[in-house]
Write a protein that binds this ligand. Sequence first.
Ligand SMILES: [Zn+2]
Length: 106
Amino acid sequence: MGSIDVRPDSAGVYADVNVMDAYEETADWSGLWTATVGSHEIHLNNYFLQDYSLYNRQAVVEHEFGHALKSGHRNDRYTLMYCYDDSRVPNAPAQSDIAQYRSYWG
Ligand SMILES: [Zn+2]
């Protein structure tokens, strides 16, 4: 798993993922991924993220990008796709996250 080339939307390039800031005090999520027609959306809730460490903010962003890459939730705190809260341990894909990615994308 190497780097992911993220290009901005332009006249000749259609965005696959749109990332938006949010400030939702009543929400129960720090990051939210949704698949919409034509593209995916990642919402980052600064109400929670403003108090997170850089390490944990990176973990939230990478978790949501994992969804955009078709990774599902895992019941393992030692994976990036752990879902029950933001106490996941890694802030980069664990071996099992990479295996899940490769099972879909090759
Ligand atoms: Zn998730």
